[in-house]
Design a protein around this ligand. Structure first.
Ligand code: ADP
Ligand code: 5GP
Length: 218
C-alpha cells in the first residue's frame, strides 16, 4: 500500500508539531526527520534565543541577533514568526516553498501562534499535531533532566505550559507522549494516513483512468 501511495503524484504538506516546553516535540520531530523511510525535510528556524550547550548553529536553529531577525521579518523572508518565552523565532519561507513545490513534505517544530499563521496561509496543506505530557510533574522532570536551561528559564517555561496546553483543541491530532516509542508510532500512523488522503493525491485521477482502461480479464 505504501509503495503504491508513494508512486502516485500528490501535493506535499507541512506537518507541524507543537507542545509545551519539555513534552518531547523536538525529540519526536528529530527522530522522524532522521528516519530516511519518511523522506521528510526538517524546517530549521531562526531564533534570537541563546544557543544551548548541546545545540549546533545551522543544525538545530540558525541563531541570529534581534537586528537580523527584524530585517528578515521586514523583508518578508519569514513564513511565520512569534515571540515565545521572551525570545523571537521564525520559519524561513524559501526552503518551505522549495520542498512543497517538489511535492515533498516538511516537518515544523513551532508554537501555537506560528501554527495559526501557517494554517491561515496554507490551509489544505497543513497537518497539525499537539504533544501533551502525561502529567505536569513529568513535564517538570523532563525539563530538569534535560538540564540545558537555567532554573529561571525552566520556571518561566512551566508557567507558560498551562497557557500552551489550552491550545490543544486547535490541532488535528493529539498525542500524549508517555512512552516515547508509542508516541513515535502514533506519529508514523498520522504520516501514513495523511499521505493517503485523497484530496492531496493529484495523480489519482490518471491512476484510476488507467485502471479503467485496462482490458477486461473475464
Ligand atoms: P520539547 O522539544 O517539547 O521542549 P524535548 O524533545 O527537548 O522537548 O524533550 C524534553 C526532555 O524529555 C528531553 O531530555 C527528552 O530526551 C525527554 N523525553 C522526551 N520524550 C520522553 C518520553 N516519552 N519519556 C521520557 N523522557 C522523554
Ligand atoms: P525552544 O527554545 O525550546 O527550542 O523552543 C521554544 C518554543 O518555540 C517551542 O514551543 C518551539 O516549538 C517554538 N519555536 C521554535 N521555532 C519556532 C518558529 O520558527 N516559529 C514559532 N512560531 N515557534 C517556534
Amino acid at each position: 500500500m505504501q509503495a503504491q501511495a508513494a508512486s502516485i503524484p500528490r501535493r506535499g504538506f507541512i506537518l507541524i508539531l507543537s507542545s509545551p516546553s519539555g513534552a518531547g516535540k523536538t525529540t519526536l520531530t528529530r527522530a522522524v526527520a532522521a528516519d530516511p523511510k519518511w523522506g521528510l525535510d526538517l524546517s530549521i528556524s531562526v531564533t534570537t534565543r541563546q544557543r544551548r550547550p548541546s545545540e549546533i548553529d545551522g543544525k538545530h536553529y540558525n541563531f541570529i541577533d534581534r537586528e537580523t531577525f527584524d530585517g528578515y521579518r521586514a523583508s518578508e523572508n519569514l513564513l511565520e514568526w512569534a515571540e515565545v518565552h521572551g525570545n523571537f523565532y521564525g520559519t524561513p519561507r524559501k526552503p518551505v516553498e522549495k520542498v512543497l513545490g517538489a511535492g515533498r513534505d516538511m516537518i515544523f517544530d513551532i508554537d501555537y501562534q506560528g501554527t495559526r499563521q501557517v494554517r491561515a496561509k496554507l490551509t489544505e496543506d497543513v497537518v497539525t499535531v499537539f504533544i501533551l505530557p502525561p502529567s505536569l510533574a513529568e513535564l517538570r522532570h523532563r525539563l530538569e533532566r534535560r538540564a540545558e536551561d537555567s532554573p529561571d528559564t525552566i520556571e518561566k517555561r512551566l508557567a507558560n505550559a498551562r497557557i500552551e496546553i489550552q491550545r490543544w483543541s486547535e490541532y488535528d491530532y493529539v498525542i500524549v507522549n508517555d512512552d516515547l516509542q508509542d508516541a513515535f508510532r502514533s506519529l508514523e500512523g498520522i504520516l501514513t494516513a495523511e499521505r493517503l488522503k485523497r484530496t492531496r493525491r493529484t495523480g489519482l485521477t490518471d491512476f484510476v483512468d488507467g485502471l479503467l482502461a485496462e482490458p477486461d480479464l473475464i
